[in-house]
Design a protein. Sequence first.
Length: 243
Amino acid sequence: MSATATIPTELDPTWILFHGGGLLAVNKPGGVPVHRGTSHEIGISEMIDEWVRLNPGELDIRPGTPVHPAHRLDLEATGVLLFGLTQAAARQLQTAMSSRDVEKRYLAIIAGPVEVLGHLKGKVRSKLRGEYRRLPAELTYRRLAFDERLSLVEVTPIGGRTHQIRDLFAQYGRPLAGDLRYGKPKPSQQFLEKFEVPRFLLHAQRVTLPGSILGASRTIEAPLPTEFIRVLEKKGWAPAGEP
């Protein structure tokens, strides 16, 4: 059976990766949305708001002032998530992202073998001005390890469409392993059960900000979650960044 994960409901301060210059970066856990919604009573944004209320003075934000996510991560995804602590800081971040001045790198486990280097383009279902449409999207990737069943890849998305990485790899015929939405149900479920992980593995490992944000270029990195490390260890693949 695939592993079940306990979904946190409170902010763990060890998730904080960076704080300063009107910016907050947290290491988002899997299964937690950015905002609460109809299916989730709390998201990372609300966790931060509550933590600030209970720990006044710990962050450069007054209790009761909401934080502003500068981008989104899928519910199941993990890793670097950026917030502006003021509306001005959030707008500056969003402008830099729209201009593609912010570089984001993801790690993902893909079903099946892939080429050493790749560039995927297509149209994905994404929300624009309140409506969902099929919009152009693209990414580049680099294979880090592989066998006949799985590949570990480093992905650089170009732009920020909804489900961009998942959708494009699925269109390519190599969905994320364990992705029950975009992959085939049976092999996806088999992956989850074999490796005892609760969801597919997509991790926002690194975000590099331009000098316009903090006065100098800065890279923020998030450590791999335990379920990702478990799969790498079972495959005999070194964690990213190690030989």
